[in-house]
Design a protein around this ligand. Structure first.
Ligand code: FAD
Length: 268
């Protein structure tokens, strides 16, 4: 497989740095081709702005979506954005690796998403009409590819459990896994989360490394989270709410996961 690792930690000698090095080595030893976008090392520009469209006229009103779409369509995106899109096209699987910072991804990685997911690439894809709301949530530019999060968190696993004070980890990661990965078409594998990072020593690190190795071995085969596809009959259009017969009584993030665990949402 072709694997793209998008990595966001400022310090190579960190726990994240060790896990990144392990991931690259492990995947290459298994015969995969790996590219790494090391965002801090690349000095990735996180802020989406008018400079992202090299064709933007000085003084003209900047519209983030329209300028993005224009630049994508006419080949005037800034080169760093186009390079990352090429890596995404190349990849069969994408791993986003980051420390949990304020219950989400570090700003530099959010900025990677905002800039690389151009209009016409990450969103605004497919037919938009009264009968169809584009190709997204299970369809889109990145359909057929797999994605997985590798996340480290200072908090304990119980803090992120079903009744934990921080909220369940699946809920916290929903905007990333569903909103950022499933939206443009990725099949999203369950995340690999390391908790209580302040208590990692050599012995625990060895266990974490082995567990991560097993998840990497399953990158091509692990069943994805069964999010419900937008255009497969579960949602009323254009309201895009779940049809009354689907998951009756269930609300919130979990309602958008098919509890039957069906891997092929298009059947049901
Ligand atoms: P490091 O600090 O580099 O390492 C952690 C431990 O692993 C250290 O004890 C280190 O000695 C050990 N270690 C590293 N490499 C190895 C190795 N090769 N072998 C053996 N041991 C090793 N946490 C939350 O839970 N929720 C939050 O919302 C949250 N927000 C945060 C916001 C900010 C701005 C910051 C700075 C931290 C936040 N944290 C939060 C904590 C954060 O998630 C952790 O600090 C981070 O995940 C730890 O990852 P690291 O790579 O920086 O670890």
């Amino acid at each position: 497989m072709h694997v793209l690792l998008v990595y966001a930690h400022p310090e190579p000698r960190s726990l994240n740095g060790s896990l990144r090095d392990f991931t690259v080595r492990h995947l290459r030893e298994a015969g995969h081709e790996v590219q790494v976008s090391d965002l801090y090392a690349m000095k990735w520009k996180a802020a989406l702005d008018a400079d992202d469209n090299t064709d933007h006229q000085p003084g003209a009103r900047f519209d983030p979506a329209l300028d993005s779409g224009h630049a994508f369509e006419h080949g005037t995106q800034s080169a760093d954005i186009a390079r990352e899109q090429d890596k995404l096209r190349w990849a069969d699987a994408v791993i986003l690796q980051f420390p949990l910072w304020w219950f989400s991804m570090p700003a530099i990685l959010k900025g990677w998403v905002e800039r690389v997911y151009a209009y016409g690439f990450g969103y605004g894809v497919g037919e938009h009409s009264d009968a169809r709301w584009g190709d997204r949530y299970g369809e889109g530019t990145l359909a057929g590819k797999r994605a997985m999060l590798v996340v480290t968190a200072g908090g304990w696993e119980s803090h992120y459990g079903p009744r934990g004070i921080n909220g369940p980890i699946d809920d916290l990661l929903f905007p990333i896994q569903h909103g950022i990965l499933y939206y443009p078409g990725f099949d999203v594998l369950p995340p690999f989360v390391v908790y209580r990072t302040g208590r990692v020593d050599e012995a625990r690190f060895a266990g974490i490394r082995d567990a991560l190795g097993q998840r990497l071995d399953g990158l091509g085969t692990t069943a994805p989270i069964p999010f419900r596809a937008q255009n497969a009959g579960a949602y009323d259009i254009p309201a895009l709410t779940l049809r009354p017969g689907i998951a009756p009584g269930r609300t919130g993030f979990a309602a958008h996961v098919d509890a039957r665990g069906s891997q092929d949402q298009r059947q049901g």
